[in-house]
Design a protein around this ligand. Structure first.
Ligand code: NAP
Ligand code: ZN
Length: 359
């Protein structure tokens, strides 16, 4: 934290991990006053992304403790800076992964702030004023309005919260692979967790045939019946994987742990594309044979730009896409993180920060 932060005057109650045990406990801290470009948001709900788990446990070796996680934030605007024109008091809004970027590079100018090399995140980042950013596991947030989006009126704030990270993270590569405008493709989703289940809903809404590739046979029925998937492959079953060879145009890999891309690549048609969005702490295996024999491509994708995030929200509003959530009170965050680590959630925990839901 920068030493000279005189405008950090607002006391906020939140929840933080203090060390790599990852245990969350209450944490009182300061946020900046609402600046001319800022909006202040009363946080209503915050999703628990697997990235939060990676951070609290310092999986990636980059965590600055105490860390206040949370980048799937929905809330209501309570203050508006004098330069802000597109938000007003009482607006229902969302904040995702981004807190700041340089605003000048080709990516910032081209609405791809997420690829700015000075990008700062909603938590565990260093803001323009030198302070460490604290995320949405907290009752109030001050955000630069350029990194805030409007929520469509028809989307509930709890089930919409995970769209701010899980939603945009799968929407952006789908758009990049032209899946929004060309229905009828064969799309694979690897890992049916927070990201994966929204990806299934979106791909179906965009008119594609969807195959889930999962390590959990117990998810098959709900994948098909509740989320609308057409096919389900158990990735540990070699026969099933064999039958799926060369069937898919595009695959999104959302897996949070180390695994091999080889068997997944085999599912792609010749010239198919595999987009990796999962971020395991150790390198994933990329054997060359399935790559070269099928002229296949592997690429990555990191969240999305702000314009695209608003577009994603509006598309979800239009198709009524929300997340399947399990609401919890803040005092259950540790249990929720433990269950997330055990792959025991259908499909996203969301914290009722403001305590307005009946739990
Ligand atoms: P999640 O809810 O835990 O889902 C991950 C899924 O991966 C699990 O549900 C499970 O699905 C599968 N899985 C877990 N362990 C596995 C293993 N050992 N082998 C194979 N499959 C396994 O996590 P999430 O919130 O969706 O996040 C997923 C990953 O994306 C995390 O690494 C997160 O940090 C990353 N992420 C990246 C971005 C980005 O911008 N690129 C944004 C957000 C999150 P099955 O039970 O179906 O196998
Ligand atoms: Zn996330």
């Amino acid at each position: 934290m920068a030493l000279d932060t005189p405008n950090h005057t607002q006391t906020v109650e939140g929840w933080a991990a203090y060390d790599s045990s990852g245990k969350i406990a209450p944490y009182i801290f300061k946020r900046r006053e609402n600046g001319v470009n800022d909006v202040t948001i009363q946080v209503m709900y915050c999703g628990i992304c697997h990235t939060d788990l990676h951070h609290v446990k310092d999986d990636w070796g980059i965590t600055m403790y105490p860390v206040v996680p949370g980048h799937e934030i929905t809330g209501v605007i309570t203050k508006v800076g004098s330069n802000v024109r597109n938000f007003k008091l009482g607006d229902r809004v969302g904040v995702g992964c981004l807190a700041a970027s340089c605003l000048e590079c080709e990516f910032c100018k081209n609405s791809q702030e997420n690829y700015c090399d000075q990008i700062q995140f909603t938590y565990n980042g260093i803001f323009w004023d030198g302070t460490i950013t604290y995320g949405g596991y907290s009752e109030m947030l001050v955000a630069d309005h350029r990194y805030v989006v409007h929520l469509p009126d028809n989307l509930p704030m709890d089930a919409a919260a995970p769209l701010l990270c899980a939603g945009i993270t799968v929407f952006s590569p789908m758009k990049d692979c032209q899946l929004l405008e060309s229905p009828g493709k064969k799309v694979g989703i690897v890992g049916l967790g927070g990201l994966g289940h929204v990806a299934v809903k979106m791909a179906k809404a965009f008119g594609h045939q969807v195959t889930v590739i999962s390590t959990s046979p117990s998810k098959e029925n709900e994948a098909k019946q509740r989320l609308g998937a057409d096919y389900f492959l158990v990735s540990t079953d070699a026969k099933q994987m064999q039958r799926g060879k060369r069937t898919l145009d595009v695959i999104l890999d959302t897996v949070s742990a180390k695994h091999s891309l080889g068997p997944i690549l085999e599912l792609l048609k010749v010239n198919g594309t595999l987009v990796v969005v999962g971020a395991p702490d150790r390198p994933i295996e990329l054997p060359s044979f399935p790559l070269i024999f099928g002229k296949r491509a592997v690429k990555g994708s990191m969240t999305g730009g702000m314009k695209e995030t608003q577009e994603m929200m509006d598309v979800c509003g239009k198709h009524n896409i929300t997340c399947d959530v399990e609401l919890i009170k803040p005092d259950k965050i540790n249990q929720a993180l433990d269950r997330l680590a055990r792959n025991d959630v259908r499909y996203r925990f969301v914290i009722d920060i403001a305590g307005t839901s009946k739990l």
